[in-house]
Write a protein that binds this ligand. Structure first.
Ligand code: IVH
Length: 691
């Protein structure tokens, strides 16, 4: 009761500071944590709930996440034009509204950046606030995050006393690709496109994450101003540039509709070579006095419009269907197309997914493309959704050559000639060749050296491709990596004499390989790339068997599904029949087993830590959220797992405990909603210390 009274007092004061005095003393996360604690106590002791409980106050408190910012001037969107005729209509409309002749009005034309808009408020030259657009009237306060964007100046010299600069936050193609690689390597979901990546990066509750994301900013407009920037749009943008903002170099002054359209074509032609995504060209009346007179409709200015690029679709011929073989033997059909420009990018391949997809059905047997199948020789419509692999949208069967026959999915692997089978319930054909299949072998090797597996410095996918086909120093299976140095010493043509290698880089590689001879059981198991056996499962299995030797012996016995070893394998929490069969198979197939044996003799496999069963978190599912101050997230996760807990990425009804550090957001809220027990970092340390 005392605690509830104290919380009521603190929360009340915090509300006052926030709303009336506009000077919050608590951070949002501190406030949220107090409120959460208040609610938790109330849930446990409902009879003690106070009449003035903060839990019942709606709207008074800042919502979780970012605080809200009311824009001094609304952030609006733009009207659209798609056809050239609509550009003429725009310029005519503007002229008519002003009662001027079209010849008297000039416009700027500039790329429409596909990112998210941001408003930056400077007072006395200092950046004081950054806000997202939100609903146009109220946005989110992302000041701390925006301070981490290199092209957002912190301090301006010679700027108006109050200056709100507006523009677009975006991520370049190169940075997007690198970020997604990192996401995937970390087991995180990749972003669908640079726009999502930019938005996801800017809207991080933890500004230190934003700091690690390479965001950029183009300034193209303004909000509140204490004095005008210039007399025209064009000059105002130049002024912003002189103040230190990055402005788009493709901005041009144009005399009328025809000139705007010409600039549109020019920008469209450059689209594919730009380092960032654009989705159209924005036209703005140049004279700011005219802009003022034109004003706004409900949500869009009369003085500007966006001429959008057409949807990214194109028709072309399907010349051939090739089959690519992946690490687990999956056969992926790829359409080879007569190269065609789709949304400014030349496309010559498209994914065809699997046999069903080619025949005109999805995986549930429902028709796609009206049930039309895809044949070699077909005239097909290709589309590009964001940056993903192009797909086939449609087939024009009226253009189908008479000799085109239904595509027959191969029943042998095109790489090794082994049977390719499609199991019941599986949409995918798989090569049964295992490691004798060169395509599977090379993909498996790439996985073997990847970051969460052996992670060997200087030995990535590119080097694997090179070594795989090397005559004298070939790497065709994992063991070959560890015999590379000895084989090199015995060779006439040494690695250091090969193109791209020198004595130093060769020695560095050998050292990096030696460094990884000592390897943990779980990492080794994951590195083998056995189908269905991912990183998490590898840890569980290693935690169960502890030693590699015991594990291998158990796999040999588990071939017999009536054996105790089989039952033991299935008994491991997180191991189902499908995974168990896949594991057993890997050790049953002679090729694969021998290859593993050749590898293991080169290594020193470290025992896994015994999964503890008597810790308070054994068998529990934990989620960490917010910032941990006393240990890294990786360390906390490893500790939890060594105590027999499972660590999940998101809160669900299956979560047993949430450990929430400062800055915890939606996960903490969800946990509270689901009644999941939540503790802070100190609580966590208390819980696990001494274990
Ligand atoms: S001007 C009042 N210029 O497009 C008009 N907007 O569809 C202010 N955008 O919300 C916007 N590039 O996020 C303008 N060069 C550009 C732009 C641009 C991208 C975005 C902006 C806006 C949206 C409207």
């Amino acid at each position: 009761m005392k605690e509830l009274a104290r919380l009521a007092d603190v929360l009340n004061k915090a509300n006052q500071d926030y709303h009336r005095l506009d000077a919050p003393k608590l951070s949002d996360s501190e406030y949220d944590a107090l409120k959460r604690r208040n609610r938790e106590i109330e849930i446990r002791f409902p009879e003690l709930k106070r009449a003035d409980s903060a839990s019942d106050q709606v709207g008074a408190a800042p919502s979780e996440g970012f605080s809200k910012v009311k824009h001094a001037q609304p952030m609006l969107s733009l009207g659209n034009a798609f056809e050239d005729a609509e550009v003429h209509e725009f310029t005519e409309r503007v002229a008519k509204f002003l009662g001027l002749s079209e010849a008297d009005i000039s416009f700027t034309a500039e790329p429409k950046i596909d990112g998210l808009s941001l408003s930056l408020r400077y007072e006395q030259g200092k950046l004081v606030q950054a806000a997202t657009r939100g609903d146009g009237a109220v946005g989110e306060n992302v000041t701390a995050n925006a301070r981490n964007i290199a092209s957002v100046p912190q301090q301006l010299v010679g700027a108006p006393e109050v200056l709100e600069v507006r523009g677009e936050v975006y991520m370049s193609h190169a940075d997007f690709a690198a970020l997604n690689e990192l996401q995937e390597a970390n087991g995180d979901k990749p972003f669908a496109n640079p726009r999502n990546a930019a938005a996801g990066s800017l809207r991080q509750l933890d500004a230190s994450i934003t700091a690690k994301r390479p965001l950029e900013f183009f300034a193209y407009a303004w909000g509140e101003l204490s004095e005008p920037l210039a007399g025209t749009q064009d000059e105002a943008i130049k002024r912003l540039k002189s103040l230190g903002f990055v402005t788009n170099p493709l901005t041009r002054l144009c005399a009328g509709a025809e000139a705007l359209i010409a600039q549109y074509r020019l920008i469209e032609a450059q689209r594919a070579t730009l380092a960032y995504d654009i989705d159209g060209v924005v036209y703005k009346v140049n004279d700011l006095a005219l802009q003022e007179r034109l004003g706004f409709r409900a949500t869009t200015p009369r003085w500007a419009t966006a001429h959008k690029f057409p949807a990214e679709l194109a028709w072309t011929w399907l010349e051939a269907i090739d089959i690519q073989v992946g690490r687990t033997g999956a056969l992926s059909p790829v359409a080879r197309l007569t190269p065609v420009t789709v949304g400014g990018v030349v496309v010559s391949n498209a994914t065809l997914h699997n046999e069903n997809y080619i025949s005109g059905f999805d995986n549930k047997g429902a028709e796609i493309r009206g049930g039309k199948d895809i044949r070699v020789g077909d005239w097909v419509q290709v589309y590009r959704a964001g940056d993903v692999i192009p797909k086939i949208a449609d087939v024009d069967v009226t253009k189908r050559p008479a000799e085109a026959s239904k595509y027959e999915f191969p029943d042998v692997c095109p790489e090794c000639g082994s049977a390719a089978v499609r199991e019941v319930g599986d949409a995918v054909h798989r090569c049964t060749g295992g490691l004798i299949c060169p395509a599977q072998a090379v993909e498996k090797l790439k996985h073997f050296v990847s970051r969460k597996a052996f992670d060997i410095d200087g030995l990535g996918a590119k080097q694997i491709e090179m070594f795989f086909t090397d005559e004298g120093l070939g790497i065709r299976e994992p063991a070959d990596i560890f015999t590379l140095k000895t084989r090199d010493s015995a060779q006439m043509t040494k690695l250091k004499n090969r193109e791209g290698w020198g004595a130093r880089s060769a020695d560095k590689l050998f050292d990096a390989i030696d460094d990884k001879r000592r390897i943990g059981f779980a990492r080794l198991l994951f590195a083998l790339g056995i189908r269905h056996v991912g990183e998490q499962a590898s840890k569980l299995i290693a935690g169960h068997f502890v030693t590699w030797t015991r594990f291998v012996a158990a796999m040999e016995q588990a071939c017999d599904e009536t054996s105790e070893a089989w039952a033991e394998l299935l008994n491991i929490d997180g191991v189902g029949e499908v995974m168990a069969r896949s594991l057993v198979l890997a050790f049953k197939q002679e090729h694969e087993r021998e290859s593993i044996e050749r590898l293991v003799v080169e290594l020193e496999v470290q025992d896994a830590e015994q999964a503890s069963s008597d810790s308070p978190v054994a068998g529990k599912t934990l989620v960490f959220t917010g910032t941990l101050e006393k240990m890294t997230r990786a360390e906390a996760k490893a500790r939890a797992e060594s105590l027999g807990a499972k660590v999940a990425g998101s809160v669900s009804a299956k979560t047993d405990l949430l450990i929430a550090g400062p800055g915890a957001g939606s996960k903490a809220k969800k946990a509270a909603d689901l009644g999941v027990e939540t503790i802070d970092e100190d609580g966590w340390i208390n819980l696990v210390s001494g274990l």
